[in-house]
Design a protein around this ligand. Sequence first.
Ligand SMILES: NC(=O)c1ccc[n+]([C@@H]2O[C@H](COP(=O)([O-])OP(=O)(O)OC[C@H]3O[C@@H](n4cnc5c(N)ncnc54)[C@H](O)[C@@H]3O)[C@@H](O)[C@H]2O)c1
Length: 351
Amino acid sequence: MRLLVTGGAGFIGSNLIRYLLNETNAEVFNVDKLSFPGSVWTMQDFKDSPRYSFAQIDICEASAIRQVVNDFAPDAIVHLAAESHVDRSIDSPSAFIHSNIVGTYTLLEVAREYWRSLPLDRRHMFRFHHTSTDEVFGSLEPSDPPFSETTPYAPHSPYSASKASADHVVRAWHHTYGLPVTISNCSNNYGPYQFPEKLIPLMILAALKGKPLPVYGTGQNLRDWLYVEDHVRALYLIVRKGKTGASYNIGGGCEKTNIEVVNMLCDLLDELFPNARNVPHRNLIEFVTDRPGHDLRYAMSTEMIRKALNWQPEESFPTGLRKTVRWYTENLAWCERVTSGSYHGERLGLG
Ligand SMILES: NC(=O)c1ccc[n+]([C@@H]2O[C@H](COP(=O)([O-])OP(=O)(O)OC[C@H]3O[C@@H](n4cnc5c(N)ncnc54)[C@H](O)[C@@H]3O)[C@@H](O)[C@H]2O)c1
């Protein structure tokens, strides 16, 4: 397969590309604008693969995208490019509206033009996969059943509203123009190469430096955690075998409060670095003013993808978290490079 991946310099996109190059024969073209210039280091280990190409392009630039699509002639487009950090979306929503909504629309239009130009057999095979989030469904109370594929959308943050808008636009391009799309809504991912502005890497790096570990509110917000390699396996399955027009929920079936996650990280660091001067690392935890509109709980029912595509997560949270902590402690040079001058990096003295 020839796969055009957008956002492949990011956390999930780069893990997807690693999986495609290591586990399949796919040829990959990665389009990413490099929102964080340091992300070139995320592509370091696969940049020289003969089955890999890269162009630094903003998905909002139709002519540049059109040229790549026509030259590369993909069998599928796997769309992950997005502004992805809720905190940043609250401080400056404009980039989220632009990249996540206008960018997705631009990509859909280029894909539609390309798809219509294909010979019938290739046209039949073509897929546009859009990668979205559980946050589009809003927030659950502790006793509510988990989100299903038919849960009505109720996004609360500029980030989740922009992703929800994009999901609607993708679905409309399927219903109106027949474009063969699939959509996935996934829960919180964790694992190697996650940009250190997100909870898990942020906490690991701050703890290693003996900085405070800022936990919003009382840390009772519940998230469902999925190891990133389980997510990318699901994405590849959907691209190959998903039903056109369908949405699939993806999740780890592993609900944890934020404070549980941070406590687990602190305990792992105590175990790995028993002589560190900050043991016990839990002493570094500081509760800080909650962010506005902070959703209490997300949880996913993954029955549909389990039944339809025989997918299930393989990594457990304790083993995945241990792998993740080890990866960050062994890849501090990558962390320094990608966080240089970044949002949370500077605040925590990481960049
Ligand atoms: N991380 C999660 O837990 C999670 C969960 C569910 C869904 N998702 C979705 O998965 C996708 C990838 O998330 P991630 O965590 O890897 O994010 P990320 O921020 O690590 O990576 C996103 C990449 O997209 C690129 N990008 C942003 N705007 C672009 C534009 N206009 N043109 C080209 N490239 C652009 C960035 O440069 C970055 O490399 C996103 O669509 C996100 O909404 C993420």
